[in-house]
Write a protein of this length. Sequence first.
Length: 240
Amino acid sequence: MSIWEGNKKRALGDLFKIDRDVNPDSDEVIIQFFGDLNKVRRIGTRMSTGRIIVHGDVGMHLGEEMMGGTITVQGNTGSWVGCMMKNDAIEIKGDAGDYVGANYRGATLRGMNGGVIIVHGNAGNEVGCFMRNGLIKIYGNVDQFIGVHMRGGTIFIQENCGMRAGAQMVGGKIVICGFISSILPTFQIDSIKQNVKVDKAKVNGPFYRFIGDVSEVGEGKLFVSKTNNPHLKYYESKIV
């Protein structure tokens, strides 16, 4: 099997030590990676079945256009995790870079369209850009523009969130349990909810519920913790 190293093709065995074990009682394919994989890109691209386990950090484009199977990373990842993925699950035990579950520049209708991405640490900018379906759960903090251009699906943020959440979204749901400094003026407060459902489980609030982005005639839902954002209290007077 050959892979690219820079602009040259190399045999996989020239770059990695490869061991193979056969379990006669199972047909499942499990690929495990060990070592420093920071510069290794596109692991799991267009994967359709089986399991990948990375024991350490890994580079960009993990699980790009993934269609099936599972990927688990015990460390951190680069940007573009689950880019344009369609199904099944990616779990990152550490931090992720920018564009989790997003699309490539110019591929406006090809954001994440199914499956689950779980990041136990922090993530960068534009999580879920052009997302159409599926679930992204970030248990740490995220940077700016989560859910930008979002069409559908759910993004859950356990901790704090950067500015401009949901910019130009037209559908889907974003849940922010931590602090966010401000809400875009193109979102209108709708109500206060005591809880919100994420992946069939209730997350206790209370939450401010905003609808938008009205500049896009959007009907996306943005849930923001009331307890952790007392500076947003003035919105309560705008609830009809």
